[in-house]
Design a protein around this ligand. Structure first.
Ligand code: FES
Length: 180
């Protein structure tokens, strides 16, 4: 008796199974195709989001460097750290900026990397070039605004500057826009 019941039960099963299989087949096929197509779009997006090597270099964040009140017409050197992500490697290199006010009182910041071969320039460090930036490597010198006067082929690079709540913030480094 119990054998019969189980037999008739098992007779229904193959049909139901086939029905399910067909449905499942369609579902898998269509779902699979959609999934495959979606994967073609999503996987690169996910990879782009996860893999820092593939990420575009983010625009540099603003770094709070010094109180605005400390800046005068005479350039002064300030060190600050930036957080850099290069592929999987993260670092916080220390950068330097020479910050001063121009004749109208506007604050600007220059990078001291010499535009000749990359040595570091200093303000007012050579008596022959008073009130200028001078590079000890091959004698390049620059005006207070970074204009190249000799040896170097271009003016000193300039940081973006913003003033917020009494502090000077420095941003991206770019070609000098002060000197023409
Ligand atoms: S690197 Fe500065 S003058 Fe050559």
């Amino acid at each position: 008796m119990s054998e019969n019941t189980s037999h008739s039960h098992s007779e229904r099963k193959p049909g139901a199974k086939r029905e399910m299989s067909r449905r499942q087949f369609l579902a898998y096929t269509l779902g699979g195709t959609t999934g495959f197509l979606a994967a073609g779009v999503i996987v690169p997006m996910v990879r782009f989001a996860v893999d820092p090597v593939l990420q575009p270099k983010s625009a540099s964040d603003w770094v709070k460097v010094v109180e605005e009140s400390k800046i005068t017409a005479e350039p002064k050197s300030f060190k600050f750290q930036v957080h850099q992500v290069d592929g999987w490697y993260e670092s916080d290199p220390e950068l330097e900026a020479w910050i001063a006010k121009d004749s109208s009182g506007k604050i600007f910041a220059l990078n001291p990397t010499c535009k000749h071969l990359g040595c570091t320039v200093n303000w007012n460090n050579n008596p022959s070039y008073k009130d200028q930036y001078f590079c000890p490597c091959h004698g390049a010198h620059y005006t207070k605004e970074g204009k190249n006067l000799a040896v170097a082929p271009a003016p000193l690079d300039e940081y973006d500057v913003k003033i917020e709540n009494g502090f000077v913030y420095l941003g991206e480094l770019h070609a000098n826009s002060i000197v023409k």
